[in-house]
Ligand binder design. Structure first.
Ligand code: FES
Length: 178
């Protein structure tokens, strides 16, 4: 008996079928864990974090970012996660707010300082402030009010003054102390 021929569908504009190349994976690290993304390489990092990895601490801050809600650390530098496609993350290390605490669960000193200074209102902006603050403290260990006011973050609950105090408390090594 003659072998059965596999049916080959015609690929033409009329068919509505689009040929797509097999995608290579994009390897990246998030909060110390390694992941391989094999979906759309143009997917913004923010949606990868929130929808794929279920890391919902990083918030949407508009389609161009800019208000600090969607900040993450990329190789130690704060960047807006909505503006970075996964395609640019091969071999890079991302840290989100979920990755700031130590493995034993103890808070990052800046997280503790936010609690100490009651610098959290509704909390929407808080993850972004924490990421921006960690970046600031890494590059300027003793920032002044002007340095803090230059961060891109906004708080609609009016917590800026307490955020300033929290960042300066962490800088002074007083997190968790009276
Ligand atoms: S705490 Fe509500 S927006 Fe900042």
């Amino acid at each position: 008996m003659a072998p059965v021929q596999a049916q080959v569908l015609p690929i033409s504009p009329e068919s509505g079928i689009v040929a797509e190349k097999v995608r290579d994976g994009i390897d990246l690290q998030v909060n110390g864990e390694r992941f391989r993304h094999i979906g759309d390489p143009q997917m913004p990092l923010l949606w990868y974090l929130r929808d794929v990895l279920q890391l919902t601490g990083t918030k949407y801050g508009g389609e161009h970012g800019g208000n600090g809600a969607d900040l993450v650390l990329l190789d130690g530098k704060a960047v807006s996660a909505i503006t970075v496609p996964i395609a640019k993350l091969a071999g890079k290390a991302v840290t989100t707010v979920e990755g700031l605490a130590a493995n034993d669960g103890s808070l990052h000193p800046l997280q503790q300082a936010f609690i100490d200074e009651d610098a959290i209102g509704c909390g929407y902006c808080t993850p972004g402030w924490l990421i921006a603050g960690v970046d600031l403290l890494l590059h300027k260990p003793h920032p002044n009010d002007g340095d803090i006011d230059q961060l891109p973050n906004l708080c609609r609950c009016g917590c800026q003054a307490r955020v300033r105090r929290a960042i300066k408390r962490a800088a002074a090594g007083k997190a968790g102390r009276p």
